[in-house]
Design a protein around this ligand. Structure first.
Ligand code: KG4
Ligand code: ZN
Length: 351
C-alpha cells in the first residue's frame, strides 16, 4: 500500500501501523527515533555533544552544527537498525523545524527533506515545544485531555493548558531567562561548567537549601509568568561579596538556588491546575529531569489530588521520539512540509 494512502486510511479511522522516523537537531543533541503510531518507541538514539561544549561553559553554535553534520547519518542508520526495520518500511518523516539554533536545525531539516524525497514519503516539520509537551504520551498512563503542562527547558519556561495533541493555550511564560538557562548560568558562575542543570542538581544533594536563602520571584502571584534573572543576579552578588569563602559554600549555594527555582515552578504549576480545574498536570523538558522538582511537584500535587505526569529521564531532554510522536498527529491532520519550506529559530505563535 502506498505510504500516503496508509496515512489517509489511518486518519479515516482504520487500524493500521504507521512507522514514523523522527529527527531532532535543534541544539546540541543529534537524535533519531522510529515510533509506531505516536506512542510505541521502536528505537531512540541520542548523540550528545556535551563533551565538545563543556570547556566553553555553554553551547557553541558553530561547533554544534558541524558536529550534527558529522553525526546525522550514523545516528539515523542506528535508529533504523535498532528498530529492526528496513528504511523502505518507514511511512513518513517528522523533523524539528524550530525553535532552536538555525545552523543546528538546518542540518536535521535538510537531511530529513532529502531522506523523505529519496524514499518518496511524506514529511512534516514539528515545533520542538510541542514535542516536549507530547513526550508524556510516550509513557504508560498518559494524561487525559485537558491537562496543564509546565515546559521547563534551556530556552523556555512556559505553562500551557493542553486540550489536544496539537492545541494549547499559553497561560504563562518567562519574562527573561528560562529556568534551565538560570541553572546553566549559575553553574558557570560557580566555575562548575556545562551542562549546568545536571551538575547543580547533583551538587545540591550535598548542600543545605536553607543555609543561603535566595529570593523567590513569584511576580504577581495570580499570573503564571516567571522571571529568573533576579535570582541569577542574587547568586552573582553572593559570589562577589564572599570572594574568599564562597567556594567552600558551593553545595549550599547550589541547593539554595535550586530550592528557590523549584519553589516557584511548583507553586505556579499547581495553581495553574487549580485555576483550570484540571486534575492532571505534566512537567516536561530538560529541567523536568531535576529530582528535587520531580519530588516537590509530586508531593504538593498529591495533597491537592492532582495526578502528575513526568517523562522518564531519557524523554525529558531533547530526543527524536517526541518529534515523531507529534509528527504523527500533524500528518493525520494533513500538515506536510514542502521542499522549499524553511526552519524557524524563534518560537512561532502557534496558539
Ligand atoms: O529540553 P532540553 O534538553 O533542551 C532545550 O530544549 O533547551 O533542556 C536543556 C536544559 C539545560 O538548561 C539543562 O541545564 C537543563 O535542561 N537540565 C536540568 C537538569 N538536566 C538538564 N536542569 C535542572 N536539573 C537537571 N537535572
Ligand atoms: Zn528541548
Amino acid at each position: 500500500m502506498a505510504k500516503e494512502s496508509r496515512l489517509k486510511q489511518k486518519s479515516n479511522g482504520f487500524s493500521l501501523f504507521v512507522l514514523i522516523l523522527g529527527i531532532e537537531t535543534s541544539c546540541d543533541e543529534t537524535a533519531a527515533s522510529v515510533v509506531m503510531n505516536s506512542t510505541k518507541i521502536l528505537s531512540s538514539v541520542v548523540a550528545s555533544q556535551v563533551q565538545i561544549h563543556h570547556p566553553f561553559g555553554g553551547v557553541v553554535p558553530e561547533l554544534a552544527s558541524r558536529k550534527h553534520i558529522e553525526t546525522i547519518v550514523t545516528v539515523v542508520n542506528e535508529a533504523v537498525n535498532k528498530a529492526g526495520i528496513d528504511k523502505s518500511q518507514i511511512d513518513a518523516v517528522a523533523v524539528t523545524q524550530g525553535p532552536g539554533l538555525v545552523g543546528s536545525l538546518l542540518v536535521g531539516f535538510c537531511f530529513a527533506k532529502a531522506f523523505a524525497f529519496g524514499l518518496d514519503i511524506p514529511i512534516t516539520g514539528v515545533n520542538h515545544l510541542e514535542g516536549h509537551i507530547n513526550s508524556v504520551f510516550l509513557e504508560p498512563n498518559p494524561p487525559p485531555f485537558p491537562f496543564v503542562a509546565l515546559l521547563v527547558s534551556g530556552g523556555h519556561t512556559n505553562i500551557y493548558y493542553v486540550t489536544s495533541h496539537t492545541n494549547y493555550e499559553i497561560m504563562g511564560q518567562t519574562r527573561d531567562d528560562a529556568a534551565g538557562e538560570a541553572f546553566d548560568k549559575v553553574s558557570k558562575m560557580l566555575g562548575l561548567g556545562y551542562p549546568g542543570g545536571h551538575i547543580i542538581g547533583k551538587l545540591s544533594e550535598k548542600g543545605d537549601p536553607d543555609k543561603i536563602i535566595f529570593p523567590r520571584a513569584y511576580l504577581d502571584k495570580s499570573t503564571f509568568d516567571f522571571s529568573f534573572s533576579g535570582i541569577k543576579t542574587s547568586v552573582n552578588r553572593y559570589i562577589q561579596t564572599h570572594k574568599n569563602e564562597y567556594k567552600k559554600q558551593t553545595p549550599n549555594i547550589a541547593a539554595g538556588f535550586q530550592e528557590s527555582v523549584v519553589d516557584v515552578l511548583t507553586y505556579k504549576i499547581i495553581n495553574a491546575a487549580r485555576k483550570k480545574g484540571c486534575c492532571h498536570a505534566a512537567i516536561v523538558g530538560g529541567v523536568a529531569a531535576n529530582s528535587r522538582l520531580r519530588k516537590r511537584v509530586r508531593l504538593e500535587a498529591k495533597e491537592k489530588h492532582i495526578s502528575v505526569h513526568i517523562p522518564s529521564l531519557d524523554l525529558c531532554g531533547d530526543n527524536a521520539a517526541m518529534i515523531a510522536a507529534v509528527g504523527y498527529h500533524y500528518l493525520l491532520e494533513g500538515k506536510k512540509l514542502r521542499l522549499d519550506d524553511d526552519v524557524f529559530s524563534r518560537a512561532k505563535s502557534f496558539f
